[in-house]
Design a protein around this ligand. Structure first.
Ligand code: SF4
Ligand code: SF4
Length: 63
């Protein structure tokens, strides 16, 4: 299964993707966005939901 990759240099920690994720796989952890790979179902909702274009699904390596 493909997992999203967060381009951290673009992420503003706005939290939009956290709200969009149906499984709670994304969460703000202090000054970074965390992905719990075991909770991600690869739906891709977080990719277009990021206003900064910071989320991509380009490989199988978790962020
Ligand atoms: S691909 Fe889907 S399940 Fe995985 S982090 Fe993004 S919104 Fe959540
Ligand atoms: S939507 Fe984009 S900018 Fe906002 S927290 Fe998620 S990855 Fe970061």
């Amino acid at each position: 299964m493909r997992l999203p990759h967060i381009h951290r240099e673009r992420c503003t920690l706005c939290g939009e993707c956290v709200e969009l994720c149906p499984t709670g796989a994304l969460e703000l952890r202090g000054t970074r966005l965390g992905l719990t790979a075991a909770e991600c179902v690869g739906c891709g909702a977080c990719v277009p939901g990021c206003p900064e274009g910071a989320v991509g699904i380009t490989g199988n390596t978790p962020c």
